[in-house]
Design a protein. Structure first.
Length: 285
């Protein structure tokens, strides 16, 4: 007889937005220790269905030995969807796509059309609805709130910085889809730089994998190699990530850095990126 293996020390609940949009599945891990006087630091992360197990294990293993790992305990809040799948591609397209957005053909046969452009609404849900719920359940240090996203989620993290820089003190964008919809996020960045010449904005870490802009050894000679190379030429994930950090480097109060993950592709970059996100949010330094 087999028994499903739970995610250690983690609960989840579904939260329906006031907008009457479908509910989000919220994953929550609270440290077992007594909270510090100022409350716990918190790391919000997107695509929780896909990465919550990895995120929780990294924190529970390393935060148990802070003197050896440099990782302190903190609260984890994963934002996902009520689905057994790793991703809900239709909903995440809307939630994480910056406005104005576009409409695309269905992802699956007989599925709904796919829309983007709901990132402002998603950010408002996190700020105005989710954060108060979390604060009612556990004491939170409002000055130490971080957010992590990968790919489309990384794009959202950048959008959140440009739209509401006071929402988070630390942001981690892994493999952000800067190229998406004509690289409109670059225009957002330029406007952000122009209007924040004297406004402190915290920290930003942008990451990308070595093989997100060139073929990995196992892809050389594959039947889709030529198509993949053309895709790399269009998306330029590594170059765009580096350029974004360079573009933001002059914003007073914002400490922006880039990190290349050796040997990783767009999906394999995730575990290492999650580990770096935890260190960025909960590191003792």
């Amino acid at each position: 007889m087999s028994t499903p293996a739970p995610i250690a020390d983690t609960i989840y609940f579904d939260l329906t937005p006031a907008s009457k949009m479908p509910p989000y599945r919220i994953f929550l891990r609270i440290p077992k220790e007594a909270p510090p006087p100022q409350g716990w630091p918190v790391l919000y992360f997107l695509d929780a269905n896909a990465i919550v197990g990895t995120m929780v294990d990294i924190v529970r293993v390393q935060a148990a030995y802070p003197l050896g790992t440099g990782i302190m305990p903190g609260v984890l809040v994963g934002i996902g969807y009520p689905t057994p799948e790793a991703y809900d591609s239709v909903r995440r397209s809307w939630d994480m796509g910056p406005p104005p957005g576009m409409t695309y053909p269905p992802h699956t046969q007989d599925g709904p059309e796919v829309r983007t452009g709901g990132a402002d609404q998603f950010l408002a849900f996190i700020e105005d609805e989710l954060k108060p719920v979390i604060a009612s359940l556990v004491p939170i240090d409002g000055k130490k709130q971080a957010i992590f996203g990968h790919s489309f989620g990384g794009l959202f993290v950048l959008h959140a910085l440009f739209r509401k820089p006071e929402a988070f003190s630390a942001r981690i964008a892994a493999s952000p889809a800067i190229w998406w919809e004509g690289a409109g996020i670059v225009d957002e960045a330029e406007r952000f730089v122009a209007r924040t010449q004297a406004k402190p904005s915290g920290r930003l870490l942008v990451m990308a994998g070595e093989y997100e802009q060139r073929l990995a050894p196992f892809q050389v000679g594959a039947i889709d190699a030529a198509d993949r190379v053309r895709g790399y030429e269009d998306s330029r994930i590594v170059d765009n990530a580096r350029a974004m950090v360079h573009r933001l480097a002059g914003v007073p109060g914002l400490v922006a850095s880039f990190q290349l993950q050796d040997g990783e592709n767009h999906m394999s970059v995730l575990p290492g990126a999650i580990n770096q996100a935890v260190r960025f949010a909960f590191g003792s330094s």
